[in-house]
Structures are given as structure tokens and as C-alpha cells.
Design a protein around this ligand. Structure first.
Ligand code: ARG
Length: 719
């Protein structure tokens, strides 16, 4: 009896719906969850949170660009999001003469706003697609199921989107394929940069402070959505007008205290809270340390060049920031998973599941099957990381591997000349894009190191046939590093960098030219070896573990009376709401972290001329003069720049609005804390915090530092 009791309690922890934990689908908030929100402080009615018929908060929340969240904050389509979400667009709008990334930018009126190639999406509607999808999938398993899924998904999407380029739809799988929802979006493609603080504010603290609290980053940027005169989404046109939104968020500058209610809407990209012990072990033992090691190497070479020149810095900055972001994340995640003994915790949950599953043929072998799937895949897992993060981490290799399809075309006797010339045009276009982003010096070092590290780290039986033998034969000057000689040869002789060779090739496309290209040969060796030896094993592993995951979740729901709708599904870049409180915490024994940081704290971190901790002189002047305007916190007597909440969010939520009990904007979520970086796999209710930039600091930066008060005047302020 006692044993059953313990087992059930353990499994129940997996379904626990704590107020802090949970990324809820706002259209499916059950009464129980809503009541809990009210208990925690919420003052709004359910239909203000989400409504099909009238405007509600959900109408102000957007997918910003490829992987962030943004929110509408004025009746003229003004968007707030993070600086690191607008980073690419800001860098693209900048030049060494007009370096908006470095110096900041504020459009003095709408005609000065800068068009971008960003788009944003508004959620139009949601439908439960479970019956349709599940009946199409039937009892199929593995690869067959995956194929049927992509077919039925394609049909559903085609039916709702048709040929409308301003509509988008996704069929999102919930609970590892036990439930499916269709999300339909309106896509707006005329998005303009309104302004951003200088990088020294927007990325203050850089990678040193990234994923850490206390934090003093002004991580925000401002954009605007435009529509055509008929009120429809459209591509950029000078005639377009600012969007009239269905709803926009009021902005509160009233301030808050420890313990106040906080709610975050947004698009968390992905969590894996039902990950198995096997998955945790593979990540902490192999995949994450390998990724970290390879990114470490790439970052080092990129940084060395960025430091030397402002032009190179602008060119590589955006790519560098995204590689660095998850380099530090996976390093931190590994440390926290080990600290929490997540592996051991998962094993306990699995043992109790196994107790329950005994004698139930559908479920009793799940974990034996997991064990054998992981045993077959594990020897290849490092190789996969080496391809993605090492060899293809060289931009030249990634680009040269795109020539494989050109080769395939040229070796097919039935291809029409017309198709070849089209392919050549496309290849020339992508070469141009590649060259615009390419820094040869860092890339050459990356290639030499990646090839050397692969040799030492990946099991010899998995090496590309003949590749290293040839390399050692061809570059055998014993005083020199053969990998460096190899990389130098590739960079000196590939047509990727040689306009004359490229022209000759595209004028008269021929396989010989490809076969003689050292970059193509290197990329081809690794890719062909990988696709023939690793890819099939990976497909078997993914299909099998996907079947097992679906079954495991089905079993958990059967074992537990909790219905699917009263717990939350893993994040999958669909709209979620998370509720909790503003709250200080104890990161370790005897240490307490307060719930806010101030302008004084920013100034105290200042290091003149530093790469990460420099500040604009105007900032220092305003700070010395205590020119806080209406943005200071009255009780604290300083401008609060950031604060922390207990909300459950993850990557993709960047830029998300942090709302008070009345639905007013008080900040923008931009990070998670180091002590709980295991949050994708396991949520720690004591240590997990979301790091938010305070909207009062955002307004101070716009008005006082940026001199763009007209933007603040567009907002509906609550004071
Ligand atoms: N860690 C933040 C996130 O994933 C991004 C912060 C960007 N800043 C930086 N120093 N890389 O949302």
C-alpha cells in the first residue's frame, strides 16, 4: 500500500499544476487554473484574457520575426520587443557610417522609420484538429506515422491558407502526439524599425551577464506594423499606414512590490518536461558538452576578428550573439541537471510507472525499449553534433554543401538546360548572400579546428573514408599543422571566393569544376559519410522514441485521473500564458537576491571602453544629474531597470509582455536565471526566475536617453 502511495505521489508530481509552473494555452484555461490565477492576484475576467468574439489581451501578442514574441502598445501598431530580438534587423539597418547598433537610433517621425525584412504574426483562430489528425494516423507507427502526419498536416494547412501569402497555419502536436491543434495566423510583412538604445544599453553585460541575475540590460527595441490603405496586411510600400490594432496594452508606471501578481503571454519555443532519464543522460554526457566545446572554439575565432574591426563586428555580431546565447545555455543546463540530479529523479518516476505498467502489455516494455533505442543511437550522437556544430559550423562548409544539389542536377542526363541555368542563378544568389556574411579569417580557423577536433573525438570507424588519409598525405610538412595547411588550401583555391572561377563555372556548368573544388570535396566527404552512416540510425531512433513518447504520455494519463486539459502541454511555439509573482530568491545558502536592479547598479558596473560594460556618456550625465523624469520608483528613489518573477517561460518568450493583475504592461521578459537553467526539462519551483526589463527603464531610455518623448506620448500610460 505504502509503495503504491509513494509511486502515485511521484507520478502526480509530474502533473502538478503549481501556479508558478505551467505554460498554459490561453484558450483552454480551465476553471481550476483561472481560479488559481485569481487566488494569486489576477483582477481580470476570463474573456479579457482570451476571447473569440471580442478583443482581448491575446490580440496584442505577436510572433516577432522567426522566434521571438512582441506586443502591440499603441493604437498605431507600435511594437515593443527585446533588443536581442530586433538585433539582426538593427544590424542590417546599420553601416559603419550610421552605426545604429552601436550608437542607438530613434526615428524623429514615422517617415524616418526604417523598413526591415521582418514579419509578424497575429493569432487569428485555433481549432482542435485531434480527431482529423488521429484518424488519418490510425494505428500506424514510426516512419509510416511520420509520413502520414506530414501528409495530413499539409492538407489541413493548405485548406486554410490556400495561396494567401498573408495567412499562415501550423498543426501543433501536444503531449507528444496525443492531441493536435490548428493555429491560424495573419501575417504582416511591413515592419519598420522605430528605435533602439545603443548596444551598450541593449546588450549591457553581454555574455558575462547573459542567463544571470542580477542583471542590468536594457533589452528592448521598438518597431511598428504597417498595413495597406484598405486595412489589409501588405508588403512594404510608402503608402502603407500604421496598423489599427484590435487591442493594445496599457503601460503602467506605477511600480510594484515583492509578491505582486505577474503574468506573461508569449510564444515559448520548446520544453521537454517529459524527457526520460535516458535523454537526460545522453544530453549531460555527450550532446551538450560536445556542442559547448565546438561553439567555444567557433566563438573564440569569431571574437578575435570582431575585436579588430567595427565592420567585422557589424557583419558577425548577430550570428555571434545567437551562437553564444545557446553556448552558455547548454553549459548551464548541464550543470543544473547534474545539481538537481534530474537523471535520478527521472529514474524514480520511471520506476513507479513501470510498477503501474506491470501486466499491461501496451505499457510494460516502454522503458526497456527506450533503453535499447538509446543504446543503438548513443555511439553516433557525438558525430551528429560534430556535423551540425563543428564541420557545418564553418560557414564555407555549410555553403559548399549546398552545391551537392547542383552536382546531382549536373549528373542527371535528363535535366533540361533551362533548369540548370535557373539552378545556377539561384547558386549565384546564395553565393552573394554567403559572401556578405563571410569573414574568411575566422572561418578558415574554424574549419581547421573542426576537422582536427573531429579526427580526435569522433570514433575512427565513423570517419569519412579516405579523407584523413589524403589530408595527412597532402599536407605533410612536419613543421606545420596539417589541418591548418588543409584549410589554407581550401580557402585559397575554392571558387566560392574566386569571381573568375565562379563565372567560368556558371557560364559552363560542369561536374569537373565541382570535383576539383577543395571546399566542395571536403563538405561532400563529411556529408556523404554522415548521410550514409548516421542519418538512417538517427531516423530509426527518432521514429522509435517518438512512438515510445506518445505511448508513455498516454500511459501517464491513464494512470492518473488528471485529464489532458487540466495540465499544460510542453511548449511548442504556440501561444501560452504563465502566471506567478514578482519574487526575490536565495540562489545559494546565505545569499539573497532582491527582486529588482536599479540605474545605480548599472552605473556601478560601468567599465570605460569595455566590450560589455561600457556606457554612453549621456547615460552617465543623466545619472549624475538624477534626471529620472517620471520614471523613478518613488519608494526606491531610483529607476528600476529590471526585475524577476516566478513565471514559467523559455526561449521564444523573449520580448513577451509582463503584465500586472489588471493586464497593464510592466516589463518585457528577456531571460532566465542561471540557477534554474535546467528549466526546459525540469522546472524548479524554488529557484526558477524570469528576468524582465522594467518598462519604466524602457521609457527612460526612449525619453531621457534617446530624446524620443513622442514615442512615449503614443502609449496609454497608467500612473
Ligand atoms: N539569454 C537570452 C535569451 O535567450 C538572450 C540574451 C541575449 N544577450 C546576450 N548577451 N547574448 O532570451
Amino acid at each position: 500500500m505504502k509503495k503504491i502511495f509513494i509511486s502515485l505521489a511521484l507520478v502526480l508530481t509530474l502533473f502538478r499544476s503549481y501556479a508558478d509552473e505551467g505554460m498554459w494555452l490561453p484558450m483552454l484555461l480551465g476553471q481550476q487554473v483561472y481560479n488559481d490565477m485569481v487566488k494569486r492576484g489576477l483582477k481580470l475576467k476570463p474573456e479579457q484574457l482570451y476571447s473569440i468574439n471580442r478583443s482581448s489581451i491575446k490580440d496584442a501578442i505577436i510572433i516577432f520575426g522567426g522566434g521571438c514574441t512582441g506586443e502591440i502598445v499603441s493604437d498605431q501598431g507600435l511594437i515593443f520587443t527585446n533588443h536581442h530580438c530586433g538585433y539582426g534587423a538593427i544590424a542590417a539597418a546599420s553601416s559603419t557610417q550610421n552605426n545604429y547598433l552601436q550608437d542607438g537610433f530613434w526615428a524623429s517621425d514615422k517617415s524616418k522609420e526604417i523598413s526591415s525584412n521582418l514579419s509578424v504574426k497575429f493569432l487569428n483562430r485555433i481549432e482542435d484538429a485531434s480527431t482529423k489528425v488521429l484518424s488519418a494516423l490510425g494505428e500506424s507507427q514510426g516512419a509510416e506515422r511520420a509520413q502520414k502526419y506530414s501528409k495530413v498536416m499539409g492538407e489541413i494547412i493548405k485548406e486554410v491558407v490556400g495561396s494567401d501569402e498573408y495567412k499562415d497555419a501550423v498543426v501543433a502536436s501536444m503531449f507528444k502526439g496525443n492531441q493536435f491543434f490548428l493555429f491560424v495566423y495573419d501575417v504582416y510583412k511591413d515592419i519598420r524599425l522605430v528605435g533602439n538604445p545603443p548596444e551598450s544599453i541593449g546588450k549591457f553585460g553581454g555574455d558575462t551577464d547573459n542567463w544571470e541575475w542580477p542583471r542590468h540590460t536594457g533589452d528592448f527595441s521598438v518597431f511598428r506594423v504597417y498595413m495597406n490603405k484598405e486595412g489589409k496586411p501588405a508588403k512594404y510600400s510608402a503608402d502603407n499606414v500604421p496598423l489599427k490594432p484590435k487591442y493594445y496594452l496599457p503601460v503602467s508606471i506605477k511600480g510594484f512590490k515583492d509578491g505582486d501578481y505577474s503574468m506573461i503571454y508569449g510564444y515559448p519555443g520548446g520544453t521537454n518536461r517529459y524527457e526520460t532519464s535516458f535523454g537526460v543522460k545522453l544530453a549531460t554526457d555527450i550532446t551538450s558538452p560536445t556542442l559547448v566545446k565546438l561553439r567555444d572554439m567557433r566563438l573564440k575565432f569569431m571574437f578575435a576578428e570582431m575585436k579588430k574591426s567595427a565592420a567585422v563586428k557589424l557583419q558577425l555580431a548577430s550570428n555571434y550573439a545567437s551562437i553564444a546565447n545557446y553556448w552558455k545555455f547548454f553549459d548551464g543546463e548541464t550543470k543544473q541537471l547534474l545539481k538537481f540530479d534530474t537523471y535520478g529523479q527521472k529514474q524514480k518516476v520511471e520506476a513507479s510507472f513501470n510498477d503501474w505498467a506491470k501486466g499491461k502489455p501496451a505499457y510494460e516494455n516502454i522503458f526497456n525499449d527506450y533503453a535499447s533505442s538509446y543504446a543503438s543511437w548513443t555511439p553516433y550522437a557525438k558525430h551528429r553534433q560534430y556535423i551540425n556544430e563543428g564541420i557545418m559550423g564553418s560557414p564555407l562548409m555549410a555553403y559548399a554543401s549546398s552545391w551537392l544539389s547542383v552536382e546531382a542536377m549536373l549528373s542527371n542526363p535528363n535535366v533540361k538546360a533551362d533548369d540548370i541555368s535557373k539552378a545556377m542563378e539561384a547558386a549565384t544568389k546564395s553565393r552573394k548572400a554567403f559572401l556578405a556574411d563571410e569573414n574568411k579569417k575566422s572561418d578558415q580557423s574554424i574549419l581547421a579546428s573542426a576537422v582536427a577536433m573531429f579526427y580526435g573525438d569522433v570514433d575512427k570507424s565513423q570517419h569519412p573514408k579516405g579523407f584523413y588519409e589524403d589530408l595527412f598525405k597532402n599536407y605533410n610538412d612536419i613543421d606545420q599543422n596539417p589541418y591548418k595547411l588543409f584549410a589554407a588550401d581550401v580557402f585559397a583555391n575554392t571558387m566560392a571566393f574566386d569571381d573568375a572561377k565562379w563565372k567560368a563555372f556558371t557560364d559552363k556548368p560542369n561536374i569537373e569544376a565541382l570535383k576539383n573544388d577543395p571546399a566542395f570535396n571536403a563538405a561532400k566527404s563529411f556529408i556523404v559519410n554522415y548521410t550514409s552512416t548516421v542519418t538512417p540510425k538517427y531516423a530509426v531512433f527518432m521514429n522509435k522514441t517518438s512512438d515510445l513518447g506518445r505511448l508513455y504520455l498516454k500511459g501517464l494519463f491513464e494512470m492518473n485521473p488528471t485529464k489532458m486539459n487540466s495540465t499544460y502541454p510542453d511548449a511548442n511555439f504556440t501561444m501560452r500564458v504563465s502566471y506567478g509573482n514578482i519574487k526575490s530568491y536565495n540562489p545559494k545558502d546565505a545569499v539573497k537576491y532582491d527582486f529588482y536592479c536599479t540605474l545605480s547598479g548599472v552605473a556601478s558596473k560601468y567599465v570605460k571602453g569595455d566590450y560589455e560594460f561600457d556606457l554612453p556618456s549621456k547615460f552617465l550625465d543623466l545619472y549624475k544629474a538624477k534626471d529620472f523624469g517620471p520614471y523613478a520608483d518613488k519608494k526606491i528613489g531610483d529607476v528600476v531597470v529590471s526585475f524577476i518573477t516566478t513565471n514559467d517561460i523559455t526561449g521564444g518568450n523573449s520580448g513577451s509582455p509582463v503584465l500586472d493583475a489588471n493586464g497593464n504592461l510592466i516589463g518585457l521578459a528577456f531571460d532566465g536565471n542561471y540557477e534554474a537553467l535546467s528549466h526546459k526539462i525540469t522546472f524548479d519551483s524554488k529557484l526558477n526566475r524570469t528576468i524582465c526589463v522594467d518598462v519604466r527603464y524602457v521609457l527612460w531610455c526612449i525619453d531621457k536617453l534617446g530624446g524620443a518623448k513622442h514615442i512615449v506620448d503614443e502609449l496609454k500610460l497608467v500612473q
